[in-house]
Design a protein around this ligand. Structure first.
Ligand code: HEC
Ligand code: HEC
Ligand code: HEC
Ligand code: HEC
Length: 157
């Protein structure tokens, strides 16, 4: 027993440590969400919550079911790999109910988003100085958006 004679401070220290651990466990049980760690280092219930959110993009396969003519035009040109909603924006609502008019993209801001000359773009990517190239004439006067090599006037779609 003599070795514990002057050990009171050790027991107090152990008590403080134990109280700290208990406080940590109690707070953790109270604040960590129930499904945390169910699948990995995140809240398992988040998957169902995110899956329940409404869709905004329909995906080009859906557009192509109804607009097969445009899909064919597009597949034959340089925009083959630019998907519908990259230009038209998210249109899941229109795809689910075609009576909802999606409107048309604003050509004045659309084309330059990808084609305005910029040192940041790869040199091989087709780009133009819009002012010099078009001089204020709308891009789709000369380029059919779905197949930009086809002259817009005359050869629509
Ligand atoms: C269930 C069939 C259906 C699906 C799916 C669908 N559309 Fe449509 N869309 C229509 C119909 C019908 C119209 C109205 C008639 C028309 O202009 O051809 C229309 C009209 C449009 C218009 C407007 C035409 C205008 O003159 O204003 C655009 C743009 C359009 N769709 C784009 C899309 C895109 C992009 C998708 C995919 C996200 C899509 N649509 C999916 C049936 C569909
Ligand atoms: C590179 C951009 C771009 C892509 C990609 C694109 N569109 Fe368009 N689309 C346009 C523009 C711009 C217009 C409006 C043309 C105008 O105002 O005359 C348009 C018009 C339309 C219209 C109205 C009818 C017409 O021919 O003018 C429909 C429908 C349409 N797009 C559907 C689609 C579908 C479906 C896809 C995918 C298969 C698609 N678009 C891909 C830019 C694009
Ligand atoms: C989301 C980006 C995007 C938008 C918006 C876009 N394009 Fe394109 N465009 C591309 C890509 C990608 C290519 C193919 C480039 C390649 O394969 O080297 C291309 C190719 C082209 C080409 C072919 C160039 C050549 O060398 O033959 C023309 C012309 C063109 N686009 C015009 C337009 C016009 C006009 C609009 C607006 C109606 C437009 N683009 C909107 C991405 C875009
Ligand atoms: C007055 C008709 C006209 C208008 C308007 C026009 N283009 Fe063009 N564009 C052409 C012709 C013709 C070519 C092919 C010339 C060539 O290959 O050198 C071309 C080529 C291009 C190319 C390919 C350049 C390359 O280096 O391969 C792109 C990208 C392009 N245009 C984008 C646009 C955009 C974006 C607009 C709108 C700001 C626009 N064009 C407006 C007639 C026009």
């Amino acid at each position: 027993m003599s070795i514990f004679r002057d050990a009171g401070h050790l027991f107090r220290l152990a008590g403080v440590y134990l109280a700290g651990t208990l406080t940590f466990l109690v707070i953790r049980a109270a604040v960590v969400p129930h499904s945390f760690g169910q699948y990995g280092h995140y809240r398992g219930a988040a998957i169902a919550e995110i899956a329940a959110k409404p869709l905004h993009y329909a995906g080009h396969q859906t557009c192509e079911i109804c607009h097969s003519d445009i899909a064919r035009t597009k597949a034959a040109g340089m925009h083959a790999h630019v998907n519908c909603e990259a230009c038209h924006g998210p249109l899941a609502k229109h795809a689910a109910d075609p009576s909802i008019d999606p409107g048309k993209p604003d050509v004045a801001t659309l084309c330059v988003r990808c084609h305005a000359a910029s040192a940041a773009r790869p040199k091989s990517f087709p780009q133009v100085d819009a002012e010099q190239h078009a001089g204020g004439v709308p891009c789709n006067t000369c380029h059919q958006p779905h197949n930009p090599a086809i002259a817009a006037a005359g050869g629509s779609k």
